[in-house]
Design a protein around this ligand. Structure first.
Ligand SMILES: Cc1cc2nc3c(=O)[nH]c(=O)nc-3n(C[C@H](O)[C@H](O)[C@H](O)COP(=O)(O)OP(=O)(O)OC[C@H]3O[C@@H](n4cnc5c(N)ncnc54)[C@H](O)[C@@H]3O)c2cc1C
Length: 280
């Protein structure tokens, strides 16, 4: 879509350069498809030179400018700790995009999170793995915020004007966990209507992250040995009021709620009942 109010394209990732009428430009797949009649400048962060993926023993640092295609290649990297079982989620979440070649190779982790669509698969991945975002402010300050709290509603984040998402840290403790992934869509290649991820760490605690069916990520944490089916359902009912279920062409709220219950129970059974079998 034409953006004929744009007067300048500025290559910078310096929040101090930001002024009203500016937008950070990453892959551009939202900016150029939705268009705008108010923006004056695009601040292009793609030439910032940020390493897309940095691996340390503490975990993985994803630059906001890491492209979906680059993230998809991550599990093939030599030298990754074999016990980071949760890396299985990387490709499952990238595939949840069901993206065209163009979007796959242009759109970024940061752009996906900041767009804050309920079906944002980078939100699902980063929230489920307790990802912590580093955010740079125009006044020079830096803050850290869990991705699960950065996205607060459909197309709504806690980013203040001019704030720039720099990176997301995925901690090794979460990468070490056993995980289960479930996704549903109304059509074969459709947008996610429900996307749930479960994680069980070495302490036996279960972390369940609900995305796509809800307007924002919802996370439930259960100490070991975890909930039974009834306790899980009661916890979901308590955590997700009906009006938090998303309502659009990709799924009615009633369907999203019922499938959330169903997939959550599948994840509970897969992760917790296999724990019991392993111990026996
Ligand atoms: C046909 C089509 C299908 C799509 N399907 C899906 C889908 O199923 N799920 C989904 O989630 N999205 C979908 N999208 C939307 C979009 O492609 C993705 O959300 C994509 O990941 C956005 O990333 P980007 O790098 O292209 O963002 P951009 O377009 O560059 O930016 C998007 C927004 O985020 C801001 N932004 C970007 N990076 C940062 C940063 N580091 N810090 C602060 N603000 C930033 C920009 O200013 C802009 O407001 C679809 C888009 C199209 C065109």
């Amino acid at each position: 879509m034409d953006m004929n109010t744009i007067e300048e394209l500025l290559p910078t990732a310096d929040p101090a350069a930001w002024r009203p009428g500016d937008a950070w430009l990453a892959g551009g797949t939202v900016l150029f498809s939705y268009g705008s009649s108010t923006l004056r400048r695009l601040l292009d962060i793609t030439e910032a030179g940020w390493e897309p993926v940095t691996i340390t023993e503490d975990g993985i640092e994803l630059a906001a400018t890491c492209k979906v295609a680059e993230l998809y290649a991550l599990p093939d990297r030599p030298g990754l700790p074999g016990e980071w079982r949760a890396l299985d989620l990387v490709r499952q979440c990238c595939d949840a995009f069901v993206a065209s070649f163009k979007i796959w190779n242009a759109s970024t982790v940061g752009g996906n999170i900041c767009t804050a669509l309920p079906a944002g698969p980078m939100i699902s991945l980063c929230a489920a793995l307790d990802g912590v975002a580093t955010v740079l402010s125009p006044d020079g300050r830096t803050r850290q915020v869990p991705v699960a709290e950065l996205v607060v509603g459909e197309a709504r984040t806690t980013l203040a004007p001019g704030e720039l998402l720099r990176s997301v840290h995925l901690p090794a403790s979460a990468l070490h966990a056993r995980v289960a992934f479930r996704r549903l869509s109304l059509s074969n290649l459709g947008r996610s209507g429900v996307l749930l991820i479960g994680r069980v760490g070495d302490d036996g605690a279960l972390v369940l992250t609900v995305t796509a069916s809800t307007k924002r990520p919802v996370q439930l944490r259960f100490a070991a040995p975890g909930p039974d089916a009834g306790e899980l359902r009661a916890a979901l009912v308590a955590a997700i009021p009906f009006d938090l279920y998303h309502d659009d062409i990709h799924g009615l709220p009633v369907w999203r709620r019922d499938m959330t219950f169903r997939l959550a129970e599948e994840i509970r059974a897969e992760l917790l009942e296999s724990t019991i079998t392993e111990r026996a």
